[in-house]
Structures are given as C-alpha cells and as structure tokens.
Design a binder for this molecule. Structure first.
Ligand code: BGC
Length: 255
C-alpha cells in the first residue's frame, strides 16, 4: 500500500537575544510549542550589532525549512517601533539603531524586534502562568538585569523598565538581579531580602493581579519564592527558558 508523508508543520521563528546566548526555534502558535529543538549560539563579545545580526542570520537559515512568514526577535533593552533605544547590558552601539532593518538586510526576511521581558509576558499570558488571569499581569525576569513586562487583559505595552527603579540612589537591578546574587555570593535568603525591598517599591506604584517571575532563578523557585512577600499572588514562569522565543514568534505574527 502506498504511504504518504504527512505535510510538514511550519512554524513562526522566534529568536531570543540574551547577554550570553542567542536562541531560536520554530513555534507552533496555536499551542505555543516548539516544533524543533532550539538552537543556541553564544552571543558574540562584544555584542556589536553586525556580529549579532550574523548569528541571527545563521539561526534563520538553520530553520528555513521549518518556518514561514516574518521572524520575531527579542532584545535586552528598550525597543520602540523596531528601534533599540537602550543597551544596559549589551554593546552601546545598539542605542538608536533600526534593528528591524538591520536584521532584514542581513537575512532578506521580514523582522519584528521587541523587548525580551515584554515578549516573555505575552507568551506567559497566552500559554503559561497568566493564561487564566483577567486583569493586570506583571512579569519580572531576574537575570543579568531585571526585565519587566506588563499586560492588561492581554494587551502589552513597550518601554516598561522597572529594573531601573532607583532604590537608595542605585538601580534596582544592581542589587536584586540574579547577577547580583552571583556577583556577591549571597545565599538565597540574603538575596531574597533585596528582592522583597524591590517588590515593595514596585507594589507601591502599581497593583497587579498577578506577578510572574522569570529568568533562570524561576526554575529554582522553591528555594526563594516562599520567602517573598507581595500583596499580589506571585508565581514562577511556566515556559521558563522558552518564553522569550515563544513571545518573539507571537509578535512576529502580529506584524
Ligand atoms: C533592560 C531591560 C531588559 C532587562 C532584561 C535591563 O537592563 O533595561 O530592557 O528587559 O535588562 O534583559
């Protein structure tokens, strides 16, 4: 009996640019699942735009047969209208750069660039920890810096930068990021004290219905989340490492 090969499912490519790695995978946007193992390539140091664009091109070519349509990319700084506006933890040459055009010229594909935490909150709201919550959802990602994304009834907005709230004259991410814990050699309790001070500042300004914590530390949530005191319920991200990739793909589809 003749057999037929099932048609290949095509996904939307999401790429997550981080300080140490650039990760990409095709995403099935009906379920939020990755359609293939993600590809991770170390971030070039220094993270100059042209060098990063070369990696984005490699990832795009690697998944060319599995993806269709525009590509979504996350960036660890403010992004408005496809232009990268800040670069707290990456090469300063990104400031004021038209990143959509940079990637489009490097690859010949259409691109949408978005802030990493904004992408993550969109993915969590659609497929993860925020999917059953109506109202305001704040996501905070604890990594090299602190990323923040805010949604209200599924609508997110760019330019939410709660990692740079000043506490005692110092950027919050200097003392409350996961990087600060590693740098200072703090125990979970010592670090959690700083995170509680930080979250108190945040909850003095906004009243979210749910707080989702992401970044590598969210995978060890049992070590520190029980020590956190917030007014709103606070939960770890469900998509963990994949939230950026999935959120990037979501924004690409909106293009
Ligand atoms: C940047 C944010 C970013 C966060 C996490 C912060 O330093 O200002 O835009 O989301 O780091 O990468």
């Amino acid at each position: 009996m003749a057999t037929t090969t099932p048609p290949k499912r095509l996904g939307t490519l999401g790429i997550d640019i981080g300080g140490s790695g650039i990760k990409g995978a095709p995403v099935d946007l009906t379920t939020g699942e990755l359609l293939a193992d993600r590809l991770r390539i170390p971030t070039p140091q220094p993270s100059r735009p042209e060098a990063v664009a070369e990696i984005v091109k490699q990832i795009t070519e690697h998944f060319a047969d599995l993806c269709e349509g525009p590509v979504g990319v996350t960036f660890p700084g403010v992004v408005t209208g496809g232009v990268t506006r800040t670069a707290a933890n990456v090469d300063k040459r990104w400031i004021g750069l038209d990143a959509d055009t940079l990637f489009e010229e490097a690859t010949g594909r259409s691109f949408s660039v978005i802030n990493d935490a904004q992408a993550a909150v969109m993915a969590e709201v659609r497929y993860g920890a925020g999917r059953h919550v109506d109202g305001m959802i704040l996501m905070l990602t604890f990594g090299t810096g602190i990323g923040s994304g805010l949604t209200y009834r599924g609508i997110s907005m760019p330019g939410i930068e709660f990692g740079h709230v000043r506490i005692d004259g110092v950027d919050a991410e200097v003392n409350a990021s996961a990087n600060a814990r590693d740098r200072e050699g703090w125990s979970w309790s010592q670090w959690t004290k700083r995170v509680n001070v930080y979250l108190e500042h945040i909850e003095n300004m906004i009243w979210p219905d749910l707080i989702i914590v992401g970044g590598g530390v969210s995978e060890k949530a049992e070590k520190w989340l029980p020590k956190i005191k917030t007014r709103a319920p606070i939960v770890p991200a469900e998509l963990t490492n994949e939230a950026g990739i999935v959120g990037a793909a979501l924004i690409a589809r909106q293009k």
